[in-house]
Design a protein around this ligand. Sequence first.
Ligand code: ARG
Ligand code: ZN
Length: 850
Amino acid sequence: MNDTATQPIFLKDYQEPHHWVRDVHLTFLLAPTATRVRSRITFVPNPQNPGDLELNGEDLRLLSVAVNGNDVPYEVTDTGLTIPAHALGEGDITFEAEVEIAPQENTALEGLYMSNGMYCTQCEAEGFRKITYYPDRPDVMGVFTVRIESDLPVLLSNGNPTQKGAGWAEWHDPWPKPAYLFALVAGDLVNHADTFTTKSGKAVDLNIWVRPGDEDKCAFGMEALKKSMTWDEDVYGREYDLDIFNIVAVDDFNMGAMENKGLNIFNSSCVLASPETSTDANFERIEGIIAHEYFHNWTGNRITCRDWFQLCLKEGLTVYRDQMFSGDMRSHPVKRIEEVLALRARQFREDNGPLAHPVRPESFVEINNFYTATVYEKGAEVIGMLRRVVGDEAYYKALDLYFDRHDGEAATIEDWLKVFEDTTGRDLAQFKQWYSQSGTPRLSVEETWDDGALTLFFSQETPATPSQTEKKPQVIPITVGLIGPNGDEVVPTTVLEMTEAEQSFTFENLGARPVASILRDFSAPVILNRHIDAPTRAFLLAHDTDPFQKWEMGRMLARDTLVAMIVDGTPPAATYLDAIRDVVVDDDLDPAFRALVLGLPSEDDIAQKLVDEGHTPDPQAIHDNRNELRRIRTDHLADILPALFDSMKTGAFVPDAEGSGKRSLRLAVLSMLTLIDGGAAARAAFAAADNMTEQAGSLRSLLLADMGQDALVAFEKQWKHDRLVMDKWFGMQVAYASPEKTAQIAQTLTQHPDFTMKNPNRFRAVFGALAGNHAGFHHESGAGYALLAKHLIELDKLNPQTAARMASAFETWRRYDPTRQDKMRAELARIGATKGLSRDMTEMVTRMLG
Ligand code: ARG
Ligand code: ZN
């Protein structure tokens, strides 16, 4: 890696380009190892910043260049092509070039590559420069016309189809766009077709393109797409703006999916669905991702980002929108709890370690390393807070202004906040710190009761994070409600707006001392430190009207129980066990909610909590105690489990909120039953399963009880032809392995004939599961660390983006005892010392060791 490649670039150094683009004509002559790309681009000099014509380009074989039809002097480097200003003449420039690329050899899956004989592209963030020379930056937007020549039957690009003939097709996208939204697909594909009529009466053709054989797995995705289109019209007033909307499923894909204008490309795992092969969680995720990519058409495509530091402008907002959509389609309380679980598991973990960065980073070496939980999920939380602070009405007014004012532009976070300031008259300078300050605020609360008045004293503090030692107080919307001693709500939810380091709020004229329910609906992404006793938590678990807080109290009881078991061997109190039992038997509660209450904090969560309390986590002890608590709870509930298991049986599989809620409670119960019935119920459920939720869920129960061998064999036999189902097979046996066997099982799976480093889903199935099996990955032998490091080094040569992403498994290394720290640091150092390491991985390792 040469020095310039690892130099950071800074937000503060942003400059407009020397040239804007008007239109782009591309011709692709597709061939696996020698694709020709001809370009004709009209550049318009930028009077604000005159200079050379600067184009990015990597791994391109340059065949010809001309400006206005003539030869010109130019300089080509590993990263681009520059034509000196003096050679450009006056006025607009017609630039023409021809390059050759080899999609077949592109294992990084960035730019134009091949997957199972099909051509496809992934250009965000900086992949277009691997297709041709171009100003590959999001503030440069052009109108694209694309001609594809290939014998493959289906040839797709952005926008609307214009003409086609034997062996060729042309597409025109009337909406100016940055190069990262470019897409091309060519393959032997079949489509699931439908149509949608927009509110204003425009007919849109919809297609989901898949490999032959997958046609029967498109119907659910298509429904999700139509629901998304309707929802964006109804809730945000946004219509679709082309004649056609295409989705393509690709097996080899680095991320979930990509919002290319009019031609979304999906990891096949995020679009293909059938009851037999997909779990309820898969269905829910597919619905959310289809919505996410569709919603990008307005928040991302019509209004894009000025530069990559503004990534949260499109991602935070689009995640927020897809979360609201999923809540509307399913259950808001359940969705909110799932969001918080994911936020804590991924974003809080990131914010507490060496990879912490602001929602809007100030510098980066490789932008692909910043498609993070902080940018996406914390970015969405910030929008939720903004909405809470200004209110619903002002939120939608501000959004209308945002779309009016910035349509067709490449915008910034400043632009975004300004529309809120202009609609509300508020000063959002302090609020803006949510974009610039990294780290998770710790919010502490104490209370006093004085003659009918309850006062809550809050204080906030954000711990230091890399390159940010001084932290300022944030604006924290704290939602509070009060529950009277008889269990009735006496003060409904109100939003307290905290802006100081310390601030108190008083509720007056109260009859008897109520119990406060604080941070309802998780109104801010903070860690709340509140010392209340177990009976008070149990009281809120029983009576809180806010479903999030109700769940949270059960979770806090479980967490405190586990911490006490681990730290000083205190056995679980009856308060906790009885409170859980009361919820589980309460038929008035949504089964999905009851299943969530039964869930225990993850081992990683407990490790982080122990660190917060000044202990050094012992992964094996966490694992053993958590299992012990599972056993104790099972004994406490044993008499009700069989009947509850039977009563949650569903009929014909419908992947809706109701069915999935029942199945999740049924399977949570099954995993307990398996601890006491020798696996009989799980084996029977596995054998009888007619849907993947039940099949995978019963297999999971068996694996967790170390009784899964026969089921694994049967599962493989049944599904060996199905890549997506086999990913589950690879993943589950690692995810649920006992600690001492985890690394060995993962290692053995890499020898399986169906294991391949070239398919990111398969690699993630094994190694994501290894990293996610806390006690297994952190087993004292160090075998988990060594195995992951070895494979990351190998993968980095093929696919730096996915390798670097998975390296974050090591981000928590400072949490553990000196022996584990040494082992993890040594593996990081070993990765870092690898010759020819990618820029992606170099940056990740440097930050983690830094
Ligand atoms: N914009 C895509 C999405 O969130 C993700 C693209 C990720 N690309 C990357 N290079 N990391 O919908
Ligand atoms: Zn996105």
